[in-house]
Design a protein around this ligand. Structure first.
Ligand SMILES: Cc1cc2nc3c(=O)[nH]c(=O)nc-3n(C[C@H](O)[C@H](O)[C@H](O)COP(=O)(O)OP(=O)(O)OC[C@H]3O[C@@H](n4cnc5c(N)ncnc54)[C@H](O)[C@@H]3O)c2cc1C
Length: 547
């Protein structure tokens, strides 16, 4: 913060303009020293005195800014560095792209605005780091390996297209999804990311990183460093630089020492979603998701990459798409997969509003549009005793932490979850009447995919148990610049913006609802694949421009 308060008329002494000025410069103001009230000498000629100097009663005491040798200035008069490829953002999308480009033999600088990828934003303690660090480190939804024949993928995509109202880009989905397995096994078998196998008969090839999100974040950064990537923290990219033909030729960055232009042959944007930017959320997601879906993803992801891409003419797609997850009120734990699908979700009007067998992303998303954007997850004694359910209750300590509550009657449930008793009773009655006991899935099995409620069990055996409130958490937005199958950013005429690539959650827009409807791919996997593609392509482009 800088206050400049002229306090006396200018005077002119020995050819130097004088005025009193008040400066209050904070530590976070790069390139400045902390000073109090002094006089400042204004240069009469920029040649003799390149910068304003602060003086006190005619005595020079402090330089307010640091000079940069003129030879290092870009044309705009800003300090400059040259390299082949600049990657912006040090999550999984960014570090994979950076490492792959470096492995292809080009110079790579990766810029990250945090002081490290686990930093807590000012005033927030529970929300550390970027999305990669905050993730569960789960590698689920992988297609069975080896990749199934095209027809099954076509079927999935066709179904997903219907659900996404035709807003996904099926050719891009096919291009990237067909690499997911190979890229994952590259990470597992060649890079040797430590993984635990969590496969089941229904979900083969499901893994979790040992050490979850933090390990996934750290592992990739170490790998990128080994490959020769230079990582610069507290470097916030603010503007893409283009030449007269619209080619991207670098990026302007706020560094701890002030502005700097990183001139490069290619720039890869990997800045995540815009979930940390309320103004953008209101504009693209609307009030319900802005207010009704508390942030579970990184507040550091403020849509900087979106805004920079838009400024150079990128075509933005599916900006209203998001990735949400279920959260319990106290600790934000997702109870859906092992409890929710067997129970019923009740909104604040006392009604069901969603097919509970749907995916966590999709079912939780609908909750944002319910009264007060919260609900209760209700089960009965019989369901509570299913092994899969009781294990989940125990593992997540829902009873110990007072999150799973108990009531002997539906009247008591209604009182505790603040809904009308008659409405709740009718909701449960209607649901029970519709359940066909012959179509139950065996308890203990993983819930099947799809919209059909094949995990329906009557809610009829007291006591009743419920988690309340349960709400949708906003992990990250998924809309952003449209990319080609080479991760090049396209403009509004569907032409490539040369020199610009996008990866990670910033670039998931081509999938639209396929991301949350099918749950066939997850964020880490997709970011890994996009990162590999972009890294290879950006390096090749940089090589070409070198020649
Ligand atoms: C709570 C949670 C749980 C999840 N669990 C899973 C899971 O188990 N499995 C799974 O597959 N997916 C999961 N996901 C999704 C997955 O984590 C993301 O899709 C993935 O990490 C996205 O990676 P990214 O590189 O795009 O973003 P990030 O990892 O968020 O990285 C973006 C980086 O860009 C930086 N940045 C932003 N703007 C600038 C700028 N102007 N200049 C410089 N740097 C900038 C940010 O600081 C950040 O470090 C989860 C997400 C969340 C939030």
């Amino acid at each position: 913060m800088i206050f400049i308060v002229p306090m006396c008329p200018d005077s002119n002494r020995n050819g130097v303009k004088m005025s009193y000025n008040s400066f209050r410069l904070s530590d976070s103001n790069p390139g400045h020293e902390r000073v109090l009230i002094h006089m400042i000498s204004m240069p009469t000629s920029p040649k003799t005195r390149p910068l304003p100097r602060i003086i006190d009663k005619g005595k020079e005491i402090l330089m307010a800014t640091k000079t940069v040798p003129k030879s290092n200035w870009s044309k705009a008069g800003v300090a400059r560095t040259d390299t082949d490829v600049v990657v912006v953002g040090a999550g999984i999308g960014g570090y994979v792209a950076a490492a792959e480009a470096a492995a292809a033999g080009v110079g790579v600088i990766m810029l990250e605005k945090m002081k490290n990828v686990f930093e807590a934003p000012p005033g927030m303690t529970g929300a550390r780091g970027n999305d990669t660090a905050k993730s569960g480190g789960g590698w689920g939804g992988l297609f069975p390996y080896p990749f199934p024949e095209n027809s099954s993928m076509n079927r999935i995509i066709k179904a997903g297209m219907k659900d996404s109202r035709g807003r996904a880009f099926p050719e891009l989905c096919k291009a990237f999804w067909s690499r997911l397995n190979d890229d994952f096994f590259w990470l597992k078998d060649q890079l040797k990311l430590p993984l635990k196998d969590r496969s089941t008969a229904i979900r083969p090839h499901t893994y979790v990183t040992i050490g979850k999100g933090p390990k996934t974040a750290r592992f990739g950064l170490e790998y990128a460093k080994k490959k020769g990537v230079k990582i610069l923290y507290r470097h916030k990219a603010i503007k893409l630089l283009s030449d007269n033909y619209g080619k991207v030729i670098g990026i302007r960055v706020m560094t701890p020492k002030g502005l700097k232009d990183f001139m490069a042959k290619a720039v890869v944007l990997a800045t995540g979603g815009f979930q940390g930017n309320d103004e953008m959320k209101l504009r693209y997601l609307g009030n319900e998701l802005t207010v009704g879906a508390p942030l579970t993803g990184s507040p550091w992801n403020t849509g900087d990459g979106h805004l920079m891409a838009m400024e150079v003419g990128a075509k933005m797609v599916n900006m209203d798409s998001v990735h949400t997850r279920w959260c319990t009120g106290k600790r934000g734990i997702n109870p859906h997969r092992n409890i929710g699908v067997y129970g019923i979700y009740i909104n604040q009007s006392g009604q069901r509003y969603v097919d509970e067998a749907g995916a966590s992303n999709e079912t939780s998303l609908l909750t944002a549009y319910q009264p007060e954007s919260i609900c209760a997850l209700l089960i009965d004694e019989r369901i509570k005793n299913f092994k899969i359910v009781s294990d989940a209750i125990k593992t997540n300590r829902f009873e110990k932490n007072g999150e799973l509550m108990r009531a002997d009657t539906l009247e008591a449930v209604a009182r505790k979850i603040k809904v009308n008793v008659t409405v709740l009773k009718k909701t449960v009655q209607d649901f029970n009447a519709a359940v066909n006991p012959k179509k139950h899935t065996a308890p203990g099995a993983d819930p099947p995919k799809g919209m059909k409620r094949t995990t329906a069990y009557r809610i009829e055996k007291p006591p009743y148990y419920f988690l309340y409130p349960v709400f949708p958490g906003l992990n990250h937005t998924t809309g952003g610049p449209l990319i080609s199958a080479k991760c090049e950013v396209l403009n509004n005429d569907d032409q490539v913006i040369f020199g610009l690539y996008a990866v990670g959650a910033l670039a998931f827009g081509f999938m639209d609802g396929l991301y949350h409807i099918t749950e066939m791919v997850s964020g880490l996997e997709l970011s890994l694949t996009l990162g590999r593609v972009a890294g290879e392509q950006a390096a090749a482009y940089a090589h070409g421009r070198k020649a």
